[in-house]
Write a protein that binds this ligand. Structure first.
Ligand code: SF4
Length: 322
């Protein structure tokens, strides 16, 4: 009987090696990819990759479950805004639901990542997910205690690898021995939460209680400012200016220059007149009229538009989030 393995599949080389290793031992592999606005790869590219290595692909958006963890991770953050222990535990919990009684596997390598892949962390993550001894890690399996799958004879220890740490020295040999194509597509995209500048913006939203799906969309564009009350996002180019103009809704306040070329900007979560004045001055400060005494800035909210003549602000670094 062909046994089915549900593999946590990032689309990176480690998960490809794990998939291939299990396929070669006669297992049917279902590659499960989880995504949120912060991580996850392009579905079309993943599908092409999955077809090339002969596995079935399922992609799930776990944003709703992930956001509460990101706001308040029980096991804390890594170096930036990455709550890796709780994130991995969430993925394994979801994988357990999807797998039913099937075998659960990941492409993790012991000691490869500082927060979530130390041997102790791997055990903790299994415990949180209610999967103690039930996560097969073929790339490091020889170095880890036997899983239930080994104990019940589905998996043999000598099929498993003994990789550990960050070194990739042995990868070419392993890739070759498993018959993995050297020209496999490698979908781009790491985890944004590990990037210091992005993490700063995320933590600013968390601090002000505005980590909503809409606010997260804006994290990926523009320059970000924390004003007295609200958050200002200023476009950096024509595409971003257009995006911000189309994005503004409800209580958002949209700003753009009228008498000189300049950026568009959105002020969110603010009812403060001081913020409107400061935002207008920053927008004017980014415009081609920054050296004038005053620039005309349009201010729109709830379909109402007014124009204010305002002195450009040139020194606004103290308001910048990034
Ligand atoms: S790096 Fe990002 S995606 Fe990976 S475990 Fe950490 S938080 Fe989750």
């Amino acid at each position: 009987m062909v046994k089915k393995v549900f593999l946590l599949f990032s689309g990176g080389l480690d998960s490809i090696i794990a998939a291939r290793l299990l396929k070669l031992r006669g297992f049917e592999v279902e590659a499960v990819h989880f995504k949120t606005p912060f991580f996850g790869k392009e579905e079309g590219e993943l599908k092409e990759l999955a077809d090339r290595i002969g596995v079935e692909l399922k992609v799930f958006d776990i944003t709703d479950e992930f956001l509460p963890i990101l706001k308040n991770p029980p096991h804390g953050y890594g170096k930036n805004a990455n709550p890796c222990i709780d994130c991995k535990a969430l993925m394994l919990k979801k994988l357990k639901e999807i797998a039913g009684g099937g075998i659960i596997a990941t492409g993790e390598v012991v000691g490869q990542r500082p927060m979530s892949q130390r041997a102790q962390a791997l055990r903790l993550i299994e415990k949180i997910a209610g999967l103690e001894g039930r996560v097969l890690r073929p790339l490091s399996g020889k170095l880890l205690p036997p899983t239930v799958y080994e104990e019940n004879g589905f998996i043999k220890r000598d099929w498993l690898l003994n990789l550990q740490g960050r070194s990739r020295k042995r990868y070419p040999e392993i890739v070759k021995s498993l018959g993995i194509d050297a020209d496999l597509p490698t979908p781009a995209g790491g985890c944004l939460l590990t990037q210091p500048a992005f993490a700063k913006k995320v933590k600013d939203l968390i601090k002000h209680g505005h980590l909503t799906k809409e606010d997260i969309v804006l994290l990926k564009i523009g320059r970000h400012f924390r004003l007295f009350d609200g958050k200002l996002v200023v476009g950096r180019n024509r595409e971003e200016n257009l995006f911000l103009k189309n994005f503004a809704k409800g209580e958002d306040i949209l700003f753009y220059t009228v008498d000189v070329p300049g950026p568009a900007a959105i002020l969110r979560h603010s009812f403060s007149p001081e913020d409107v004045e400061l935002a207008s001055r920053i927008v004017a400060g980014y415009s081609d009229g920054k050296n004038r005494d005053a620039v005309l800035v349009a201010v729109e909210r709830n379909g109402k538009r007014e124009e204010i003549k305002i002195e450009p602000l040139l020194n606004f670094d103290s308001y910048r989030v990034t």
